[in-house]
Design a protein around this ligand. Structure first.
Ligand code: PLP
Ligand code: FVT
Length: 427
């Protein structure tokens, strides 16, 4: 399908923006070709510059759980805008959003707002170190916590898609206190804690991983994480930037019945505007300046317009929870995909939790980064473009989760399945 206006816009952008994009995840590096330039978005749809319409299964990589331009979010933002863009002084909306977050996620007694998931993850690492007086941070291969120096080792998402396991510009000193383990590997976790448990400030993980494609934790893995961090006084840090308010009103932690010490948030809490947050028990959070000695700050933190968008989004999710519907729609979609791929004898795995899902082109069950990497990414690329040409916008990498939104209807799922049947038949 020709997209001359996107092509021209990409060429223009490449002259003044590195790689033509402001975040590598958008560059289509994993599938080749030119990224679509978006003119506008509404409900479940994206519209590109060339006037094509696409059913959107990215939702800005997670935030748009209500679909684009939800009327209540738009109204809240418009009202806020007229009261000023930024004050550099506290406003009540910050407390209102903090109260709502803490009521929905009871592991959080206090929360600090920042402007991105990266900032939240970075600050959570500093807090864990400041609180425990220890340096070691444990992360898992394939998990992505934003572009935090200390966590940019064996990172997922575009760092994985584009084959950059760690980046130039991150000095060894920044990662020397980071230990990377295999996701779902209980023995590695036990071995590490047995030898260095008293040095570990915190263990950070995506409780369901979206950034190597969707991967779920085993019960044994979660039990072990809980037990070992309790025994050794290390903080258990859930990065719920993707899963927070996505899988349940109380996030993955509600679903799993675990109260992490610290939670990292982003995406949905900003309703499409730049917001991140981190929170936990008051006793831990009171270490943060000016309540305590651990420094962290931000000119635009708690921005009133972004707070309004986040509040409107979370209130809608609380008052009209879409989770059962999202689960049903996503199940219908994934069941159909499995059925078609099986009928065509295409080796595949579908991993799904609620409205997060990935179709992996591999015959091997995907439980960690190594098994995710057994996927046939060339097949994925052909499937991706075939779906795009049929008006379905999927994540542009095998190693990303797709998201269904509350604006999707059963009819749209069936349209998507019809496209998928044709695309798989042509693979
Ligand atoms: C789990 C997770 N943590 C952290 C981040 C970083 O968030 P941001 O892109 O807002 O910096 C992302 C996504 O980018 C993410 O998926
Ligand atoms: N899973 C990918 C992301 O969430 C990040 C999107 C971006 O950095 O643009």
């Amino acid at each position: 399908m020709p997209r001359p206006k996107s092509q021209a816009a990409f060429e223009r952008a490449q002259k003044v923006i590195p790689g033509g994009v402001n975040s590598p995840a958008r560059a289509f590096g994993g599938v080749g070709g030119t990224p679509l330039f978006i003119a506008r978005a509404e409900g479940p749809y994206l519209y590109d510059l060339d006037g094509h319409r696409y059913l959107d299964y990215i939702g800005s990589w997670g935030p748009m759980i209500l679909g684009h331009c939800h009327p209540k979010v738009v109204a809240a933002v418009l009202e806020a805008v007229h009261n000023g863009s930024s004050y550099g002084a506290p406003c009540e909306k910050e407390s209102e959003l903090a109260e709502l977050i803490c009521s929905l996620m009871p592991s959080m007694e206090m929360v600090r707002m920042v402007s991105s998931g990266t900032e939240a993850a970075m600050s959570a690492v500093r807090l864990a170190r400041g609180y425990t007086g220890r340096n070691l941070i444990v992360k898992f291969a394939g998990c992505y916590h934003g572009h935090v120096d200390a966590l940019l080792v064996s990172a997922g998402s575009s760092a994985l898609t584009l084959g950059v396991p760690s980046s130039p510009g991150v000095p060894a000193g920044c990662t020397q206190d980071t230990v990377v383990l295999r996701y779902n590997d209980c023995q590695a976790l036990r071995d590490l804690f047995a030898t260095r448990g008293n040095l570990i400030a915190g263990v950070m993980l995506e409780p369901f991983v979206g950034n190597m494609g969707l991967v779920s934790p085993s019960k044994e893995f979660l039990d072990e994480l809980w037990k070992l961090t309790r025994r050794h006084g290390s903080l258990l840090i859930f990065d719920e930037v993707m899963t927070g308010f996505r899988l349940a009103p109380g996030g993955a932690q509600e679903l799993l019945g675990i109260k992490p010490d610290v939670t990292v948030l982003g995406k949905i809490i900003g309703g499409g505007y730049p917001v991140g947050a981190y929170g936990g028990r008051a006793e831990v959070m009171k270490k943060i300046m000016p309540a305590g000695p651990v420094f962290q700050a931000g000119t635009l933190s708690g921005n009133p317009v972004a707070m309004a968008a986040g509040l409107a989004t979370l209130k809608e999710l609380r008052d009209n929870p879409p989770y059962a519907q999202l689960d049903q729609l996503s199940k219908r979609l994934c069941d159909g995909l499995t059925q078609f791929a099986t009928a065509r004898n295409i080796p595949h795995q579908i991993n799904r939790i609620g409205s997060m899902w990935t179709l992996f082109f591999t015959g091997t069950p995907v439980v960690d980064l190594d098994t995710a990497k057994t996927s046939n990414t060339e097949k994925f690329s052909r499937f991706f473009w075939s779906m795009m040409d049929r008006g379905v916008y999927l994540p542009c990498s095998q190693f990303e989760a797709a998201f269904t939104s509350a604006a999707h209807t059963p009819e749209m799922i069936d349209t998507t399945l019809q496209a998928a049947r044709e695309a798989l038949n042509k693979l």
